[in-house]
Design a protein around this ligand. Structure first.
Ligand code: ZN
Length: 157
């Protein structure tokens, strides 16, 4: 079941950037994916090893998610945390997720953020440089090389 029919103010974006990345219409680094969930390497790295975990199905917020999707995303978050830990050995790993424009949601497709903390602690919510897809591809290689085997999603080819 889900909890749709909410009062949330959803950002407008047409077409959806994440759907374009998943379809290959626009280049982006996909760390891994399966039928339910995908892991992307964001070009705006707000921490060390900053990843996005999202459902493959398009819907705007946590409230429209279905139980099996939530389970898949949480399993994937835990795997991603372990992979970031193995790759970068940070003292902290942050997870955050925003619903609605006033919560600073920018793309109307549910996504969780996960990132290792920065050298000064925490994550960076100011302007950060936008990396190239080549640079995010390198981050994906570092994470996949260190990640625990048998993750919930398969490396994207
Ligand atoms: Zn979408």
């Amino acid at each position: 079941m889900n909890y749709a029919d909410s009062s949330l103010d959803i950002p407008e974006q047409e077409p959806c950037a994440f759907c374009d990345y998943l379809s290959g219409a626009r280049p982006f680094t996909i760390l891994c994916r399966n039928d339910l969930v995908a892991v992307l390497v964001t070009r705006e790295q707000r921490g060390i090893g900053h990843l996005l975990i999202l459902p493959v199905r398009h819907y705007p917020t946590l409230l429209e998610s279905e139980s099996h999707e939530r389970h898949a995303m949480m399993d994937t978050l835990a795997w991603a945390a372990s992979a970031i830990d193995a790759a970068f050995e940070r003292p902290g790993i942050a997870v955050w997720q925003n619903n609605g424009t006033t919560a600073h949601q920018a793309i109307p497709h549910l996504h969780f953020h996960i990132a290792g903390t920065l050298p000064d602690g925490g994550t960076d919510f100011d302007d950060v440089p936008e990396l190239t897809v080549e640079q995010t591809g390198h981050i994906a290689e570092q994470i996949l090389a260190a990640a625990p085997p048998n993750g919930p999603c398969s490396p994207a080819s």
